[in-house]
Design a protein around this ligand. Structure first.
Ligand code: PEP
Ligand code: MN
Length: 361
């Protein structure tokens, strides 16, 4: 019991480390694989916590669904030999109990579990009265409320040390990424819960090795607190997520290759220059808002004419014409087509809403 308490305190202290680096195989496969991965990761000197999936939620049946409880003693042995605390994914109350029974130091809730409040509640109920850090991955769909809901369920169970893992969001069709990062969602979570640890998972975002480093760098540039990266002694032959895993040595190189920037610096010159530029941004934003307000007033005048003449609000030709002009102009100003589309969609919807009010008043 005393030892268990000591363990919890040191893991607590560990969670304060920046950057916090978690690595290990997607899945525990064999005792030897877990042990070798742990020892080689520890040898890099870059890793704080060993991760390994014991129960694997797979999209399609028939894929390797995890070694199960049998793998927990392997983790215990690897923990002892390497000195690295261990983290495991849990999706049910029973898995929480099993993991804790075998001395797992950190638990995480996976993306496919965060989406389901019943499952999260089951996990949370098993966590009542337990002092273990819990990391919560974003739900697989881009829904901030679900992510927050899972965090609240775990917090209500009395868990003191909660962290978030940003692992990207699934989207239909082929993209550069396996799961789109949608950085703005992670940034919004950081804004709302600045006290929570925010870790980036480049492995599940990328789904491939070649762009892991750049995604990890982006996360660090966005002031994330750490990284969770999958590693394997024989990545190509991994039983799950083979394409995105790297060897422990590559992981070490990757962490060494990251440029760690500081969030602040005590230079007066820097602060004065930044302050001036930020004031410019504020002024420009004010002007933009003024102009947008004016634009809506003009849209309302058009609405009045349309109402008097019984004309539909939307004329597709006119809308195409606006977009084409905007793309051409945006191109010259260095604004991406993606941004111009989003911006005009938003402005156009607001115009339609203003006109709608006039037409139906
Ligand atoms: C994992 O970490 O191996 C995993 C299953 O991740 P996710 O829940 O993000 O899909
Ligand atoms: Mn994985």
């Amino acid at each position: 019991m005393e030892q268990a308490i000591e363990q919890a305190t040191s893991v607590e202290a560990l969670l304060q480390k920046r950057p916090l680096i978690i690595s290990g195989p997607c899945s525990a496969e064999t005792e030897e694989q877990v042990m070798q991965t742990a020892l080689r990761l520890a040898a890099t000197g870059k890793v704080d916590i060993l991760r390994a999936g014991i129960w694997k939620p797979r999209t399609r049946p028939g894929s390797f669904e995890g070694i199960g409880t049998k793998g927990l003693p392997w983790l215990q042995a690897a923990r002892k030999a390497s000195g690295l605390p261990v983290a495991v994914e849990v999706a049910t109350g029973k898995q929480v109990e099993d993991a804790l029974h075998f001395g797992v130091d950190v638990l995480w809730i996976g993306a496919r579990t965060t989406v389901n409040p019943f499952s999260v509640q089951d996990v949370a109920d098993a966590l009542r009265g337990v002092d273990v850090p819990v990391l919560i991955k974003n739900p697989i769909n881009p829904d901030l409320e679900l992510w927050i809901g899972a965090m609240e369920r775990v917090a209500k169970a009395g868990i003191k040390h909660i962290g978030l893992i940003h692992r990207g969001f699934s989207s239909y069709g082929n993209t550069e990424y396996r799961n789109a990062p949608m950085w703005h969602l992670a940034i919004e979570m950081k804004r709302r819960y600045p006290e929570l640890l925010m870790i980036n998972d480049p492995s599940h975002i990328c789904g491939r090795r070649d762009i892991l480093q750049e995604v990890a760098q982006t996360a660090i540039d966005l002031d994330f607190d750490g990284l969770i990266v999958e590693s394997h002694i024989d990545p190509d032959n991994a039983w799950s997520d083979a394409k995105q895993q790297i060897t422990p040595e590559k992981l070490g190189e990757m962490i060494s290759g990251i440029r760690w920037r500081k969030e602040d610096v005590a230079s007066e010159e820097y602060h004065a220059a930044l302050e001036k530029l930020r004031q410019q941004i504020n002024n420009l934003d004010d002007e933009l808002m003024q102009i947008l307000g004016q634009r809506m007033k003009v849209a309302e005048s058009i609405g009045k004419y349309k109402k008097e003449n019984d004309i539909t609000i939307l004329q597709t030709n006119r809308w195409n014409n606006i977009l084409e002009r905007a793309f051409a102009k945006g191109d010259k100003l260095g604004l991406s087509k993606e941004f111009v589309t989003k911006y005009f969609d938003a402005v156009h919807m607001e115009s339609i809403n203003h006109q709608n009010k006039i037409m139906n008043s």
